[in-house]
Design a protein around this ligand. Structure first.
Ligand code: ADE
Length: 263
């Protein structure tokens, strides 16, 4: 997979050399390139921002350097033999929420590019202009505000790259984790069996696989009901078996009109 990141802080992306992502890069599974937006400024002060037109607080990224910066990303990718244009992701608190489902869709694409805004964001015409040449999606990490897109890119790249074949050692761990099936994962434990007087749930030491699977499933349902009732309400009841439905009823959740709700 090819990844291009355009930013005014290339050093911010240094952690992508580490750990699992660093190994994936070294193994040639991802080709990640970071580009400095300021290389495409033409004035002496290498200006990238200006006051918002119409007034208001903060600064907006000027459009001029973005045109050539994105054109250069596309040109270089094509020169390296990539077929299509990249899918351009623009991190923004005003973007579409990033979910594991979206991450899966992104992981299936051969080429992603990221435009990191700082300050109050990027002049909207940059997105309009880019959309004539490539798919453009503003994405949000959540309902809070970061200082810029760089931290969001670190998160998105990590979430996407770990799904690429060969990156995570044991692919089974991707199936059991939180959000894989619309639920939060059950709590996990390891040795010792007793720590600070606290025992691990006895069922996990039983060696009884079916009982363990049932216990995990119920923990997962109960935890989701408690922490993320919004996920439970959005779940397709078709993924529940009779034992799930009976267990959820003990928590006050019932299937009604093809949806789960708490009554
Ligand atoms: N840039 C600033 N805030 C952001 C957020 N919540 N998600 C993605 N990018 C951002």
């Amino acid at each position: 997979m090819r990844l291009d990141v355009v930013t005014i802080f290339p050093e911010y992306l240094a952690p992508l050399d580490l750990s699992l992502i660093g190994r994936a890069r070294a193994a040639g599974l991802v080709d990640l390139r970071v580009h400095d937006l300021r290389e495409h400024t033409t004035d002496r002060h290498r200006t990238v921002d200006d006051a918002p037109l119409g007034g208001g607080a903060g600064m907006v990224m000027r459009p001029e350097p973005w045109g050539p910066a994105l054109a250069e990303v596309v040109r270089a990718g094509r020169a390296d033999g990539l077929a299509g244009p990249p899918h351009l992701l623009v991190p923004s608190p005003a973007g579409q929420p990033l979910t594991q489902q979206v991450v899966h869709e992104l992981a299936a694409q051969p080429w992603l590019a990221f435009a990191c805004g700082r300050y109050e964001g990027v002049d909207e015409r940059v997105l309009e202009e880019a959309a004539e040449a490539m798919p453009v999606t503003p994405v949000s990490l959540g309902d809070y505000v970061l200082n810029g897109g760089e931290v969001a890119v670190l998160a998105i790249v990590e979430a996407v790259v770990r799904l690429l074949p060969g990156v995570v050692g044991n692919p089974a761990s991707l199936v059991e984790e939180s959000h894989a099936d619309g639920l939060l994962e059950a709590p996990v434990y390891t040795r010792p069996a007793v720590w600070q007087g606290r025992e691990v749930p006895e069922v996990l030491l039983s060696g009884h696989h079916a009982r363990i699977a049932r216990w995990r499933r119920e923990q997962s349902l109960a935890r989701t009901a408690r922490r993320r009732p919004d996920l439970l309400a959005a779940l397709d009841p078709a993924v529940l078996d009779a034992a799930d439905v009976a267990f959820l009823a003990t928590l006050g959740w019932h299937v009604h009109g093809g949806r789960l709700s708490r009554r």
